[in-house]
Design a protein around this ligand. Sequence first.
Ligand code: SAH
Ligand code: SF4
Length: 437
Amino acid sequence: MATVLDIAKHNPNAATLAVSDAARVAGFVEKKAELNVVAGAAPGGASLIGLTRDQLKDSLSQIGVPERDLKMRVAQLWHWIYFRGAKDFAEMTNVGKELRARLAAAYTLARPQVVSEQVSKDGTRKWLIRMASTGPLDKGAEIECVYIPEVDRGTLCVSSQVGCTLTCSFCHTGTQRLVRNLTSAEIVAQLIVARDSIGDWPHATPPEGAFVPTDGSRFVSNIVFMGMGEPLYNTDNVIAAIDVMSDGEGLTLSRRRITVSTSGVVPQMERLGSEANTMLAISLHAVRDELRDELVPINRKYDIAQLLDACRAYPGLSNARRITFEYVMLKGVNDSDADARQLVRLLKGIPAKINLIPFNPWPGSKYECSDWERIERFSEIVFRAGYASPVRTPRGRDILAACGQLKSETEKLRARARMMAEQGIGAEGVYAVGNGE
Ligand code: SAH
Ligand code: SF4
């Protein structure tokens, strides 16, 4: 029977999504959803947080800033919002009082609401973030975002969609029914929220006892698009968000330290490389089409050969800029010596890194994580073939902050987290991959 979310009845902007359970069982490629929402449709003053330069320009235009001043005003606001992290127009001392008043009357600098923050024993932080409502009956879509600090870097794992239309059989996010694209502003806002929370602005200080890089690195130095959603099903907004995040006069993240992970949306890969110029990660997970069709169903549209051809053609690929191939270790499914040897054969000639991910179980998942000896053996075969093959360090296991476990039905998630903790099931945090730099 098809299930339709109630919220869609009341809110034209919310994703309407009909998921047939029979279709899920039959293992179809993806769920269908109306993906886009209108940015800033919330009643009351719209927030300027996360906007692109063009959007900011429009917003200023709308409150009567004359055309000749727009460039200068955008530059001023850009500096306050993205360089200094301003939370109030009153801080913007080089903007005249009268304009500040007009800005404050029409807009806000409100961040999306942090519904909860969980801090792991290892310093990993996970935020449940509620986006602004898009209509009277929408309480706001919820997404998760994870911060993984290390001594020499801080990696933020961001979401690109609420849920995911794809249905990879080992991924919890793929079971979520509510799906919509995040706007570029909502993607950028995750970085702003993270920097607010860990005190990563000039003159701010981290919360007492927080784990942040200690070698002088930026607190958030790396971004991975490995949270909820398929970034290349939301390519326009992902590219626009990356432009804001890497802007040299604002948030100034290096594009080389931004990694976009895709399950293999082949037609969008070239565009990502040429327009966003970021690092690429591929969720490969299987070396035979028959198995990949089951684990990563988008493989039925774009098979392994097509995917690897698109990898070979990825703009800017070189030994210094390798593609990361992610491979989740599923006991008795994809973890044999023969699989490891085939993996090495397949990747021949592609500047590649291989990331072995211990499978993170979730209640109801039908797989188990490979035994540690098996992972080591697999890793050794890959290593002997000349690839560094780090097994992702478990991070944030006590707060359910793991890849593939993010799912925004808050209450259910909390209940599950409790249940898993009680049963002693570890949630391996796996974002600590970093982006090579
Ligand atoms: N949709 C994108 C990015 C988000 S998923 C993609 O699929 O690449 C980020 C990574 O987590 C992917 O490599 C995904 O395959 C992996 N993943 C999903 N569920 C997992 C699980 N339960 N255990 C381990 N890794 C998982
Ligand atoms: Fe979506 Fe990635 Fe999960 Fe597959 S692994 S369902 S593409 S989030």
